[in-house]
Write a protein that binds this ligand. Structure first.
Ligand code: NAD
Ligand code: LMR
Length: 329
């Protein structure tokens, strides 16, 4: 085992997602069995006691890869020297709410955390935002951390990506491992556009394999885009274990690279690719290598896709303007 632990911060560590995420991180799901991990856990003061209980449970697992755990309510202390920050802590939506309804309640968390990361994070830090509304929260954190390269921020659309793979596998009878090049465009919201026109099932074009435009439009896209709400309706609270799993998948691919012949969906700062306004945190198909992502270029976009990609960009522009209005960026 290498000796220098990787320092990973998790915010909202006493929450639902935290309860799944911490144990996966500590047991080596992200960094593997040979790299020790130091967990830096941030919570609000009233949740620290519950977090102490979670740490007792982490201790009781005797994970060989867990080098240490620090907890606290001071972002500058907890983010000190972190190589990876997973920003999960934020209020989840309840039944009948859209994720955008959380902008005001959650946005302010990300100004403070962006500033703290800017001051004290390690020079190689990568920051993944899971807390909703994830894209715009990432925009807020990025804008408040001017010394950290913008490319180091991303928001989680990997859960949508995984949901889309699972739906397509069920429809085609393929295994999830046969499905490649899935794309989620845009916002982690009901306007997102899960795109199978560039995806492959067993090496063949997915849309041609499905050959059912009505299913794509009326079933696949809304099922993926509204899956979060369906889970809230069924479970009474929002997705947690699947969100933790996607948070790890996204960080894993970011740090260790996307597999040959495949790509991942990540919400990252737009450079104007595919006509998406520069500076928005928008989900694109990306390949990653050496801890850096690049947007997959040259995909043909037909009118059906264009309209949906623009609609989700328009929502992100509205969210950006709303947080500007609130003085958060
Ligand atoms: P939760 O309410 O169970 O936990 C959130 C935790 O964050 C709480 O323990 C709370 O005390 C903490 N917190 C609040 N403000 C904080 C702050 N300033 N600093 C540190 N911690 C803070 O919620 P959850 O189910 O774990 O979900 C967390 C967030 O993730 C929600 O916003 C939810 O909507 C979002 N989410 C995103 C995705 C995605 O795919 N992007 C998926 C699922 C959930
Ligand atoms: C999800 O997609 O499950 C989360 O973003 C939670 C939500 O509010 O839908």
């Amino acid at each position: 085992m290498s000796t220098t632990p990787v320092k990973v911060a998790v915010t909202g560590a006493a929450g639902q997602i935290g309860y799944s995420l911490l144990f996966r991180l500590a047991s080596g799901s992200l960094l593997g069995p040979d790299t020790p991990i130091q967990l830096q856990l941030l919570e609000i003061t009233p949740a620290l006691k519950a977090l102490e209980g979670v740490v007792m449970e982490l201790d009781d697992c005797a994970f060989p890869t867990l080098a240490g755990v620090e907890i606290g309510d001071d972002a500058e202390k907890i983010f000190d020297g972190v190589n990876l920050a997973l920003l999960v802590g934020a209020r989840p939506r309840g039944p009948g709410m859209e994720r955008g309804d959380l902008l005001e309640a959650n946005g302010a968390i990300f100004t403070a955390q962006g500033k703290a990361l800017n001051k004290v994070a390690a020079s190689d830090v990568r920051i993944g935002v899971t807390g909703n509304p994830a894209n715009t929260n990432a925009l807020i954190a990025m804008t408040n951390a001017p010394d950290i390269p913008k490319e180091r921020f991303s928001a989680l659309t990997r859960l949508d990506h995984n949901r889309a793979i699972s739906q397509l596998a069920a429809k085609t009878g393929a295994s999830v491992t046969d499905i490649k090049k899935m794309t989620i465009w845009g916002n982690h919201s009901a306007t997102q556009y899960p795109d199978i026109f560039h995806a492959e099932v067993g090496g063949k074009n997915a849309a041609e394999t499905v050959n059912d435009q009505a299913w794509i439009e009326n079933d696949f896209i809304p099922t993926v885009a509204k899956r979060g709400a369906a889970i809230i309706e069924a479970r009474g609270s929002s997705s947690a274990a699947s969100a933790a799993s996607a948070t790890i998948d996204a960080a894993h691919d970011w740090l260790f690279g996307t597999p040959e012949g495949d790509w991942a969906s990540m919400a990252v700062v737009s450079d104007g690719s595919y006509g998406i306004p520069e500076g928005l945190i928008y989900s694109f198909p990306v390949t990653t290598t050496g801890g850096d992502w690049s947007i997959v270029q040259g995909l043909e976009i037909d009118d059906f896709s264009r309209a949906r990609m623009d609609a989700t960009a328009a929502e992100l522009i509205e969210e950006r303007d709303a947080v500007k209005e609130l003085g958060l960026i």
